[in-house]
Design a protein around this ligand. Structure first.
Ligand SMILES: [Zn+2]
Length: 139
C-alpha cells in the first residue's frame, strides 16, 4: 500500500520511497536504490553504468516521507547511509521535515538537512566509541 498526498502530484515523475509498511524504517530510500541496482545487474548493466541507468529509470527526484502511527507526517531526513547513496545517485530529494515542512533540493545543497543517525546506528556508534575507549593509546 502506498500513501499518496494530493500536493505531491505537482512534482512530476517521482518515487514513493517509503511504502506505509516500511514507514517505521529510515532505510526506505536506501533499500529502494539497492533494489534498482539489483534490477540493473539483472539487465546486465555494466557496473560503471549502473548509476546513470538507475537515474534514467527512476528520474532525478525522490520523495521520502514517513507516516507516524497517528497518520501525521514525521521527519524523514535521510540517515547517513542513505544520504551517501542519494548523493552518489545525484538525486533531488523531497523529504518531510515534520508534519508541515518539506525540504526540496540536493543533499549537497547548503541548506539541506544534515544526515541523521537512526537509533540502531546510534547504538552501534556508541558501542564503537565505548570499545575504542578501552583500547590502549599508542603514540
Ligand atoms: Zn537511511
Amino acid at each position: 500500500m502506498t500513501v499518496q498526498h494530493g500536493a505531491d502530484t505537482a512534482l512530476g515523475k517521482r518515487v514513493y520511497a517509503v511504502p506505509a509498511r516500511l514507514a517505521a524504517s529510515f532505510a526506505g530510500e536506501r533499500r529502494l536504490l539497492e533494489q534498482w541496482v539489483q534490477e540493473a545487474r539483472r539487465h546486465g548493466v555494466a557496473s560503471h553504468k549502473v548509476v546513470s541507468w538507475v537515474r534514467r529509470k527512476i528520474g532525478p527526484d525522490i520523495i521520502v516521507w514517513r507516516c507516524r502511527s497517528d497518520g501525521s507526517r514525521g521527519c524523514a531526513t535521510p540517515c547517513v547511509l542513505c544520504h551517501r547513496q542519494l548523493c552518489k545517485f545525484d538525486l533531488r530529494v523531497h523529504c518531510s521535515l515534520n508534519s508541515q515542512q518539506w525540504f526540496s533540493g540536493r543533499l549537497t545543497d547548503g541548506d539541506a538537512p544534515p544526515p541523521v543517525l537512526t537509533s540502531g546506528q546510534r547504538r552501534q556508534w556508541q558501542a564503537f566509541r565505548e570499545h575504542a575507549a578501552t583500547l590502549p593509546v599508542t603514540n
